[in-house]
Design a protein around this ligand. Structure first.
Ligand SMILES: [Ca+2]
Ligand SMILES: [Ca+2]
Length: 242
């Protein structure tokens, strides 16, 4: 069975299912953070930031959250008048493009079985609002992902915020984009992001003394012994799925 899109339900089930194997992956680097301080949301001014040396290991599923405080910039502009002080990003975006703050967090899956690169969001949001008597148009593409070198990135592409001279621009005073990979699923014994009979095969081979997938052990319940309690424990998790 494929690890489906019902992310929340899966997460709850995984909390129990993955405890047994958590130790084997305790050293995994499952999060990366991108500092957004100084990033501008400004007409015709694309932005790009990365997590630099803060890399993230491949996972099957990820969550991302973009959060921060922004303030309006530009002398006597609409945005600097409306938001003279640091204001939550979501509030500002909602005032410019209702509904757009929904893009600031979400979840995504690795399309290729737990390898990078992966794109978690690549969405354009648009809006047209009358602010201080002026019709303000906003359109920009938000992109968040992880490149082939396990570095997370955040980009604002094709930003249109007009009439630029009247509207001014926004600047992050603080904030971050954080990507977190979900811990591996215990039932996905061969770590290919699918739970299927190849996992059962892989466990049986490992259990019978053959080769085990990297980081996996036939001592499935982690009690220091490999016996039929492990077989039972694996079959239970396998039948539950992820
Ligand atoms: Ca698998
Ligand atoms: Ca055991």
């Amino acid at each position: 069975m494929e690890l489906g899109p019902s992310f929340t339900r899966r997460t709850v089930m995984l909390a129990a299912a993955c405890l047994a194997s958590a130790g084997a992956h305790a050293l995994a680097d499952n999060t990366a953070s991108i500092n957004l301080a100084g990033v501008q949301l400004r007409n015709a001014t694309p932005q790009s930031r990365t997590s630099g040396g803060d890399t993230i290991d491949p996972a099957c599923f990820y969550e991302y959250v973009v959060d921060g405080m922004v303030r309006g910039r530009g002398t006597f502009t609409i945005l600097s008048t409306l938001f003279p002080n640091p204001t939550p990003l979501a509030d500002v975006l909602e005032s410019l493009s209702p509904g757009s703050s929904a893009f600031l967090s979400g979840a995504g899956a690795s399309p290729s079985g737990g390898t990078h690169p992966v794109v978690l969001v690549n969405e354009v949001f648009t809006g047209e609002q009358v602010l201080l008597g002026t019709t303000v148009t906003i359109s920009l593409r938000l992109v968040v992902g992880i490149d082939a070198n396990n570095t997370a990135y955040f980009r604002v592409e094709q930003p249109v915020i007009t009439p630029a001279a009247l509207v001014g621009y926004l600047e992050f005073t603080s904030g971050s984009a954080v990507i977190t990979g979900e811990p591996p699923c215990a039932a996905d014994f061969n770590d290919d992001c699918f739970v299927d009979f190849f996992d059962l095969d892989a466990f049986i081979e490992c259990f019978e003394g053959g080769e085990c997938p990297p980081g996996r052990s036939a001592d499935f319940n982690g009690d220091g012994f490999t016996d039929f309690f492990d077989f039972d424990a694996f079959v239970d998790v396998f039948e539950t799925g992820c």
